[in-house]
Design a protein around this ligand. Structure first.
Ligand code: INI
Length: 225
């Protein structure tokens, strides 16, 4: 197993990071360190891995929350605009607080969530954007229409980002009731638009680090020992 490397992908303060393992511990059948494998290895001592994490800190690549020099697209669905306008305001707030100016942002309005993927894909193909926020709100009705719109919107956005290589941020609320949507557009559940704006900055920065043509190569953050 000597020489094998593994990369743990996690976001922010995600607890999984503490379970990161490297070559020294890769002695199970598969060299991909699954949590199940880790649990087996710690044999009932759930804190064994956590204890080890103090001394074992692989380098980590992160996207800074700094929008300077980045360009953002925002595709907003008009359907349920009572909600989507609030999500848009949240996303713009996050971009502005991250240092973006109006000139760095372009907003495109589409009729409904179902139309988001094609426009996001076209925007991505222009090469003008480092990341694109996709904003919509789908509310469950009495028929299966909801399920079709939700699944096709999510599938379309994922396909478009994988095809284009431009990060597309999924800010499409899928709620059973209007109340649930209101909670997530600025009330009890925070504002998902704001979270998406931050994700757009983080993903744009990360994406630049991994882009072949980028002058800035991936700089690793070395943890302090
Ligand atoms: N579009 C939404 O964004 N949210 C909804 O809740 C919704 N419902 O419930 O129908 C919705 N439908 C419209 C759809 O996205 C398309 O715009 C339409 O089907 C035309 O293609």
């Amino acid at each position: 197993m000597a020489g094998l490397q593994c990369v743990i992908i996690c976001r922010g303060n995600h607890g999984l990071r503490k379970f990161a393992v490297g070559p020294k511990r890769l002695d199970c059948a598969s060299h991909v360190p699954s949590l199940a494998c880790l649990r087996r290895k710690t044999a009932g001592d759930a804190f064994g891995v956590l204890k080890m994490a103090g001394a074992f800190k692989p380098s980590t690549i992160r996207g800074e929350l700094n929008a300077a020099g980045l360009r953002f697209g925002i595709v907003v669905s008009q359907f349920n605009n009572f909600i989507t306008d609030r999500l848009l305001a949240g996303a713009l707030d996050a971009l502005e607080r991250s240092g973006a100016t109006e000139k760095q942002i372009e907003i495109v309005r589409v009729p409904g969530s179902f139309e988001i993927p094609i426009i996001a894909k076209k925007l991505a193909a222009t090469n003008r954007f480092d990341s694109i926020v996709c904003i919509g709100c789908v509310l469950r009705g009495e028929t299966s229409h909801y399920d079709v719109v939700v699944s096709e919107t999510a599938r379309g956005i994922q396909l478009a980002q994988l095809d284009s290589g431009v990060p597309l941020i999924f800010c499409v609320l899928t709620c059973d009731t209007l109340e649930q949507a209101i909670d997530r557009a600025g009330l009890k559940g925070g504002n998902k638009g704001y979270e998406s704006g931050l994700a757009a900055v983080e993903m744009a920065q990360l994406s630049r680090k991994f882009s072949k043509n980028s002058a800035r190569s991936a700089t690793r953050v070395r943890p302090r020992r």
